[in-house]
Write a protein that binds this ligand. Structure first.
Ligand code: 3SL
Length: 234
């Protein structure tokens, strides 16, 4: 039987071998929620890069660029990291380069995977459906915050793992912990997360609407998968 595992922080990636696995990278607040939103609204591709300088260099190659550090947009880039920025008809068909504090770093660390996709609550069922059809083991990689685990990514890991348990065995206790946590939170994730570090950080930046948006389940049916270094709609 296939197995499912959860890596709770990118700093724990050395414990996992990704090359034969389908990896789902998640950064609920807000990188992978933004990427899902952008693909759902017609952006043709997203090149996630870990470093700001690399993202800046994509401008000369015809990419729109988005850059975030510490929750804030970096000056000189076209966009920051709010899902609402990508609900724009003018962006349809455009290609974009993106760098964020944790999300794009997690993607970079998982690039050796057999298949890599990004997940969010916004497309939870689409991701679960896709994984249930795959022949390989699954690893969910939580982006966390600067190496620390966070609650929102762990909740997503639990919600997703729960939808896979009929066809997958649970590989280790991080998956069980994530499922338990999701059960505790699922009736009101906003309340459950109210004291969490990144929710508080985003609230200080007046990004309450972004938080609420990113916690919605199944707004989109799209999947964003990595092909030749770019996330594209499957
Ligand atoms: O860490 C990240 O990759 C970002 O998603 C953080 S923020 O939500 O834009 O602050």
């Amino acid at each position: 039987m296939k197995s499912i595992d959860v890596c709770l922080s990118p700093d724990l990636m050395h414990l996992y071998d990704v090359q034969d696995k389908v990896v789902v990278v998640v950064d609920i607040l807000r990188a992978t929620s933004c990427m899902t939103t952008a693909i759902a609204h017609g952006i043709s591709s997203i090149r996630p890069v870990a470093e700001v300088a690399e993202c800046k260099s994509l401008k000369a190659k015809g990419y729109l660029t988005a850059a975030e550090r510490g929750g804030e947009k970096i000056d000189g880039f076209d966009f920051g990291n709010s899902p609402f920025e990508y609900m724009n008809e003018n962006l349809r068909g455009k290609k974009m380069g993106v760098t964020t504090t944790n999300g794009t770093r997690a993607i970079s660390l998982a690039k050796g995977a057999k298949k890599l996709l990004v997940g969010s609550f916004l497309n939870l069922s689409a991701v679960a459906h896709f994984l249930n059809e795959q022949a390989q083991d699954v690893l969910i990689v939580c982006a966390g915050w600067q190496g620390h685990i966070n609650l929102e990514d762990t909740l997503f890991a639990g919600a997703l793992a729960e939808q896979l348990t009929a066809k997958f065995t649970v590989a280790c206790d991080s998956t069980l912990a994530a499922i338990s946590l999701y059960h505790m939170a699922k009736n009101d994730m906003m309340v459950f997360l109210q004291n969490s570090s990144h929710v508080q950080r985003l609230r200080r930046l007046n990004l309450e609407e972004d938080i609420a948006f990113c916690l919605q389940i199944d707004q989109y049916e799209v999947l964003a998968v990595l092909e030749d270094g770019e996330l594209v709609k499957l």
